[in-house]
Design a protein around this ligand. Structure first.
Ligand code: COA
Length: 260
């Protein structure tokens, strides 16, 4: 895989994707969004990849937002299309991947940057990270899922304050709010994400994919989450991973999951 704005490295079954546009604080232009969409889709299809870490190049930013220079002159239909296509191509796509994605938030995560981190399945921040949805300061609203995912993660009152004030919060506040799971030093950030990933990759990839779908159903008003859990729980019994996991337990050995 070769993408001009992404760096991809592999460590065993964990792939790290680094958004590489540091001169613009890794702002998401159309090209970056397209490349991330393709890269994430390909990694998700690769059975040798069992966890993905997503981060930003440099010491300053994860992603400082959607690229403001690209949409400053947009009309109403163009703005609508920008948001709808972004949801489909990247933000909803990432949240629905079967492979768990950990956002390593290594600095500013603003606007589309925080929305991207919130589309990931979990977030770890460095202690210099600052997060916010400053869109109303530009005369627009969060359009890549921020109005939905932020209240889901931190509660409606706190989300309203962050969105309406357009202010950033620091890493300690993000931890207190539950927006990130852990805060560590910048030097330890990828190490901490790899430590979490190392625990994830021991488990059944098939079951993890089902679990992601079931957990996502909890915030999807178009589906009955409990019914979805029943369906996916049942489906797990038909997988090779289930056979392997239960057999390995009974044989007192470590399972060798194939993700089938
Ligand atoms: N879109 C386009 N370019 C961006 C950007 C964005 N969202 N965020 C940063 N950049 C660019 C800057 O224009 C600048 O480019 P230049 O060197 O060619 O002028 C470069 O990245 C460095 O940013 P700069 O503003 O000089 O860094 P700073 O340390 O002074 O400030 C921020 C950092 C994050 C506070 C500031 O860049 C910022 O407010 N960015 C916009 C955040 C935002 O509103 N995001 C939501 C978009 S919907």
């Amino acid at each position: 895989m070769n993408f001009s704005h992404l760096k991809i490295s592999n460590n065993g079954s964990v792939s790290t994707v680094t958004i590489n546009r540091p001169d613009k604080l890794n702002a998401l232009n159309m090209e970056v969004i397209d490349q991330l969409s393709q890269c994430m889709t390909q990694l998700d299809k690769d059975p040798s990849v069992r966890c993905i870490i997503l981060t930003g190049e440099g010491q300053k930013a994860f992603v400082a937002g959607a690229d403001i220079s690209e949409f400053a002159n947009f009309s109403v239909p163009e703005g609508t299309k920008l948001s709808a296509e972004g949801h489909e191509k990247l933000f909803n796509l990432v949240s629905k991947l079967n492979t768990p994605v950990i956002a390593a938030v290594n600095g500013f995560a603003l606007g589309g940057g925080l929305e991207l981190a919130m589309s990931c399945h979990m977030r770890v921040a460095s202690d210099n990270a600052r997060m916010g949805l400053p869109e109303v300061s530009l005369g627009v609203i969060p359009g890549y899922g921020g109005t939905q995912r932020l209240p889901e993660l931190i509660g409606k009152g706190r989300a309203m304050e962050m969105i309406a004030s357009a202010q950033m919060i620091d890493a300690a506040t993000a931890l207190q709010y539950g927006l990130v799971n852990h805060v560590v030093s910048q030097e330890q950030l990828i190490e901490k994400c790899e430590e979490i990933a190392s625990k994830i990759v021991r488990n059944s990839p098939k079951a993890i994919g089902f679990a992601i779908q079931a957990v996502n159903a909890s915030s999807d008003s178009s589906v009955d989450g409990f019914a979805e859990e029943v369906r996916l729980f049942g489906e797990a019994f038909g997988t090779g991973d289930f056979k392997e996991g239960t057999t390995a337990f009974l044989e007192k050995r470590k399972p060798n999951f194939k993700g089938e």
